[in-house]
Design a binder for this molecule. Structure first.
Ligand code: ACO
Length: 320
């Protein structure tokens, strides 16, 4: 499998830490030192559908593939206002695609999960050209009266077009049950048989425990991927890690004894955009010519569950 097109889209509204400090008991200093985040883009007039559509259209244009030639649309999304139909189904018509589609909830590791599935579909010949869209609005999961979670997230979408090729070398995905440390619970309808009153619970997070699991699991994924492919960290040009927190990324980097330049970040500008984050980074860097042809890359993500996903690949340059 190889990536032949990339796209991303962000809401227009840029919210600074100082703006949040205007209505939350927080400060630019606290957010910056604990997370590295300075601004985030939050949906105001756009919908998630708008962002997903722009990212997907940009990815299609850069790939040179026509919408009607896409064989599968895989959509990574944790939650949006529609439970059904899927976000993928909502996108098909406006994109001009007529292919099977489904949404996948791999939390913040959803893009890597989608790539792993796409790789299998391509290898078995189920599809030849696949559009992956990761679109997330985590700002809509948070309680905006609580400073613990709302300052961490941003909204956004990214998209990749993939086809047959030898770029991706290996994947490592893991999963485990840790429901209590990171969850967002939505209520369902009462029935005559099950009258339990359920309330929506906005995102609940045990930050320290998520931090610990994130660092340990990313390190384990990367060490395992490198070891089983006969590589050392020095053989990797760039590590593209889920953009949740600069301190998490620094801990992983220090364990691997690598310089800062090999761990590019954009979370300073966008906050944690969940499964869209690695795709936004890939799109920005690829368009800026910062992903060199033949460069060996590692993608590594973690998210609620707890789930993780990492991939080893050789980048094939895209001409925009
Ligand atoms: N502004 C000011 N103070 C705050 C804020 C805030 N926004 N949020 C929490 N605090 C306070 C707490 O109330 C607590 O106060 P107390 O000591 O009086 O009880 C104190 O700050 C906690 O401070 P620290 O323990 O120093 O915080 P820590 O260093 O653990 O940083 C953070 C907190 C940033 C949440 C960190 O634990 C973290 O990044 N965890 C991982 C979060 C993450 O990545 N989540 C998403 C991953 S999965 C996914 O992407 C969906």
């Amino acid at each position: 499998m190889k990536i032949i097109g990339t796209g991303s889209a962000l809401p227009k509204e840029i919210v600074t830490n100082d703006m949040l400090a205007g209505f939350l008991d927080t400060s630019d200093a606290w957010i910056t030192t604990r997370t590295g985040i300075r601004t985030r883009h939050l949906q105001s007039h756009e919908t998630l559908r708008d962002l997903a559509l722009s990212a997907a259209q940009a990815a299609l244009v850069s790939s040179g593939v026509q919408a009607e030639d896409i064989d599968y649309l895989i959509c990574s999304n944790v939650a949006n206002s529609y439970v059904s139909p899927s976000l993928g189904s909502i996108l098909l018509g406006p994109l001009g695609c007529c292919c099977p589609t489904f949404d996948l909830n791999g939390a913040c590791a959803g893009l890597v999960y989608s790539l792993d599935i796409a790789d299998s579909f391509l290898k078995t010949g189920k599809a030849r050209k696949i559009l992956i869209v990761a679109a997330e609005e985590p700002s809509r999961f948070c309680n905006w009266h609580e400073r613990e979670t709302s300052v961490l997230f941003g909204d956004g979408a990214s998209a990749l077009v993939v086809t047959e090729g030898e770029s991706f070398v290996d994947f490592r995905l893991t999963g485990d049950t840790h429901t209590d440390i990171l969850y967002y619970k939505r209520s369902m309808e009462a029935t005559p048989y099950d009258r339990v009153e359920e309330k929506t619970t906005p995102l609940v997070m045990n930050g320290r425990e998520v931090f610990r699991l994130a660092v340990n699991s990313c390190i384990e994924d990367i060490d395992t991927l490198l070891e089983r492919n006969g590589k050392t960290p020095d053989d990797i040009e760039l590590f593209l890690v889920h953009q949740a927190n600069l301190r998490i990324i620094d801990c992983i980097r220090e364990h691997l004894e690598q310089p800062k330049e090999k761990f590019p970040t954009n979370l300073q500008n966008y906050g944690n955009t969940s499964s869209a984050s690695i795709g936004i980074l890939i799109d920005e860097m690829s368009r800026a010519g910062e992903l060199k042809d033949g460069a060996t890359l590692v993608l590594s993500a973690f998210g609620g569950g707890f789930v993780t996903g990492a991939a080893l690949l050789k980048w094939s340059q895209i001409n925009y």
